[in-house]
Design a protein around this ligand. Structure first.
Ligand code: AMP
Length: 210
């Protein structure tokens, strides 16, 4: 199964993708994670990408597509994948469409004031990448999975959040239009399990059909 997850930063795409990965055995391909790995290499591309990411600005479509294409050519993507954070523009969707057709697009929806609230209080583990939130019960500032200290990403600070959400507002409607009846809408206002339940039912049916 080849799937796309659409949704603003902070909508819970990553959490949903992890649940789908576990149940359906397809890898989560996050362009944000791919870029953060490139930043760590401290190459020229890494420095360029870091300066964009830190401000919440999208990386140019051509670079993003090349990075994605390279990842999708790896062996673990043969049986399918779930794209988390790609496409973010209509041009990216068109580039992907020339490479392959996807089976379904899950669009995760949350009101903007709630997105902002979740993003400013979001924290991440530097070691395993797990996400937590200072407002969640039992938050200690340490990773619940590996115990490492959590940090706030530079692009989860208010100025960058504004830039990211503005880009989403501009680009998402054309994307939803592009994928038309492949889109399955879900609200992420409830808990991660509540968000996942209708998605799981939808994907089970899709799997049976294919
Ligand atoms: P994310 O972790 O998905 O929120 O992505 C973090 C940052 O990586 C974004 O704010 C962008 O700067 C960059 N990025 C991730 N995916 C894309 C994409 N599909 N197109 C352009 N830039 C992206």
């Amino acid at each position: 199964m080849k799937l796309i997850l659409l949704g603003a930063a902070g909508s819970g795409k990553g959490t949903l993708a992890k649940k789908i990965t576990q149940d359906f055995g397809i890898p989560q391909i996050s362009t944000g994670d791919l870029f953060r790995a490139i930043v760590k290499t401290e190459s020229e591309l890494g420095r360029k990408v870091k300066s964009l990411i830190d401000k919440g600005i999208l990386v140019p479509d051509e670079i993003t597509f090349e990075v994605l294409k390279d990842r999708l050519s790896q062996k673990d993507c043969k049986k399918g994948y779930i794209l988390d954070g790609y496409p973010r523009t209509l041009a990216q969707a068109q580039l992907l469409d020339k490479l392959t057709k996807v089976d379904a697009v899950i669009s995760v929806n949350l009101p903007f004031d709630e997105l902002e609230r979740r993003l400013v209080s979001r924290r991440q583990c530097a070691k395993c990448g797990d996400i937590d939130n200072v407002n969640y019960p039992g938050y200690t500032g340490k990773c619940r999975k590996c115990g490492e200290k959590l940090f706030q990403r530079d692009d989860d600070k208010p100025e960058a959040i504004k830039v990211r959400l503005e880009a989403y507002k501009k680009n998402n409607a054309p994307l939803v239009g592009f994928y038309g009846d492949k889109v399955f809408n879900v609200s992420s206002a409830g808990s991660p399990d509540e968000t996942y339940a209708p998605v799981k039912t939808f994907l089970k049916k899709l799997e049976e059909k294919n």
